[in-house]
Design a protein around this ligand. Sequence first.
Ligand SMILES: [Zn+2]
Length: 318
Amino acid sequence: MLKHTFYSVFILLSICTGLPYITSAQTPKRLKTIIVDAGHGGTDNGAVGQYENSLRSKEKDVTLAISKKLVAELKKQLPEVNTIATRTSDVYQDPREKANIANENKGDLFLCIHADSGPLKTGRRQIGTRTVTRYHVSYKGKGKKRKKISKPYEVVEPVYEHFKMPLTRNGTSVWIFAAHKTSEKLKAIMKEEGEFEIEAGSDSTYSSFDFNTPEGKAIAQVYAKRYQEKSDRIATLLNEEVDKTGRPALGINQRQKGIWVLQATNMPAILIETGFINNPEDERYLNSDKGQQELAEAITQAVIRYKAQLETPHTTGN
Ligand SMILES: [Zn+2]
């Protein structure tokens, strides 16, 4: 569980003393534990490929496959680091459970693996014609003698089949939840009265948690402020590593609305939208051993560079 009382006391103390409350809980100087979270699972499929000729793959399966390869790669490249997966099978986890696993294991970095999707345009094409009978309706006479006359006639009309067009957009993007220096994002957190989405367009079952309470908002604020710089750094490094693979690196994004699990984790955290499951090229890439391994290696390279910067601060330039 999140330590509400602890932080409330801390925040109160800081208000009373004027001291910054994050000093005694500084961000880790060493990268000792990494949490890898395969998004979705079990009854929660996440996005599904559904354009014409799609593999109909499910995001939950893709994220699990990539996460498994990522955990293996991290263990291989960084054997001194403890790498923990939130799930290793097709099970449903409440995002709260995912956050608890991360927090209870005292993670120093949270890597959340997802796949993107976008709204599909529908299309149609003519596959033939058919003859249909229609009727001209007219009336004769007036009052009670009024008579309806239907005159049949035939028309030839086109027959269409309908389909969903695949997304043209592809590539990998990285998401962080951050309290911006200008405090615009912070204001968004503090003012947020509505739902905190897990991700755009998904359900809001967990929106009732507690980021809507004054305490919850304060915690979200603390987490976001404390970890923004480091989350941003790992996101930037990952974007560079994706770029090296030759696939589109779509950059670093912040969401106005929260990504629940990123807010609830007491550590630097990023969400990786590995690719678009509704784009044919990306869907095949995400489902291939080669693609999954390439992503796992790119993420691992970013983590290795992040770790080096973290543990040798003079090389970071800030
Ligand atoms: Zn997702």
